[in-house]
Ligand binder design. Structure first.
Ligand code: ADE
Ligand code: ZN
Length: 326
């Protein structure tokens, strides 16, 4: 239909994609073989059968196991390149990739391998696909702030290879306040600041991400629907929220897409964007997220235009690039 082609063809940004979450089961097995590793799963089907999650933690356990096959710069480049091809097919013109260095350095993979591979894939995305791509380094919130701080120290050797920092992994019990000092330091360094908040954790965590960490965007933020005061604040400040509808359903944040509050949030004037989060695990890339959400919530052309525009405005691309796309 006209709406479906519009969803594909309209220029849009993807602002919430964990590149390790784009690792397809087939590529997990290919990389394991290339690196001479044996997985605990005998084959692709058995691995895929494990993709039935009851909450964020049950997903994270499998996601970190999948990421364990990444060892060399070439592995990171191949993973990101496969994502860029999908993004191109979905009409993505700008993407800001999250990656989790601590997941790799803790296994003895040098930070240099992550950066070299991802940097090269981003460069090829620009030159060969016309996609503007940058990296956002995420700290794992289940680890200590000291661990985040020393990861930052090491990453500063690659300061020109990433534009900002984020905060991901297990949300409950790991409030934004735990990372106040590392965010203050990143702010002084001129890095862009985002954080996951209000995915499974309370609306309070969204407020402290804004007030204590001083983030410029909130990743997820769907628990804001439980706080009218916060909804008002978000509508007035237009702080962007990178919402991930298929992820929220797969991780049982909402029962199904028809119950998702995205339309309610848009109607309340929030700067909502649609994103895929971990597409290889949640059953769809960016366009799948748009199409399935539009079907379930009966959204139309006006919503499509608004969501694409929000995504480009909320991106950390240059003003001239934004003007060019919008
Ligand atoms: N890491 C990868 N995906 C994530 C998510 N949806 N929430 C928190 N951490 C993550
Ligand atoms: Zn995420």
């Amino acid at each position: 239909s006209r709406l479906m082609s519009f969803l594909r063809e309209m220029p849009k940004a993807e602002l919430h994609i964990h590149i390790e979450g784009s690792l397809e089961p087939e590529l997990i097995f290919a990389l394991a073989e290339r690196n001479g590793m044996r997985l605990v799963y005998p084959d692709v089907q058995t691995l895929k059968a494990g993709y039935a999650f009851k909450d964020l933690q049950s997903f994270l356990d499998i996601y970190y196991a999948g990421a364990s096959v990444l060892r060399t710069a070439q592995d990171f480049e191949d993973m990101a390149w496969a994502y860029f091809l999908r993004a191109k097919a979905d009409g993505v013109v700008r993407t800001e990739l999250f990656f989790d260095p601590q997941t790799h350095t803790s296994r003895g993979v040098p930070l240099k391998a992550c950066f070299a591979g991802l940097r090269e894939a981003c460069r090829r995305a620009r030159t060969k696909l016309g996609i503007s791509a940058d990296l956002i380094l995420c700290f794992l919130r289940h680890l200590s702030e000291e661990d985040a701080m020393s990861t930052l120290d090491d990453a500063l050797a690659f300061r020109n290879d990433f534009i900002g920092i984020g905060l991901d992994s297990s949300e409950k019990g790991n409030p934004p306040e735990k990372f106040a000092r590392v965010y203050a330091r990143c702010r002084e360094l001129g890095l862009r600041l985002v954080a996951h908040a209000g995915e499974e954790g309370p609306a309070d965590y969204i407020e402290s991400a804004l007030d204590v960490l001083k983030v410029e965007r909130i990743d997820h933020g769907v628990q804001s629907i439980h706080s009218p005061a916060l909804m008002l604040r978000l509508s007035q400040t237009k702080i962007p929220l990178t919402v991930c509808p298929l992820s929220n359903v797969k991780l049982c944040v909402f029962r199904d897409l028809a119950d998702h509050p995205l339309a309610q949030m848009l109607d309340a004037g929030l700067c909502v964007t649609i994103n895929s989060d971990d597409p290889a695990y949640f059953g769809g890339y960016l366009l799948d997220n748009y199409v399935q959400t539009f079907r379930a919530l009966n959204l139309g052309m006006e919503h499509a235009y608004q969501l694409a525009r929000n995504s480009l405005l909320a991106s950390f691309a240059s003003d001239s690039d934004k003007q060019h796309w919008i």
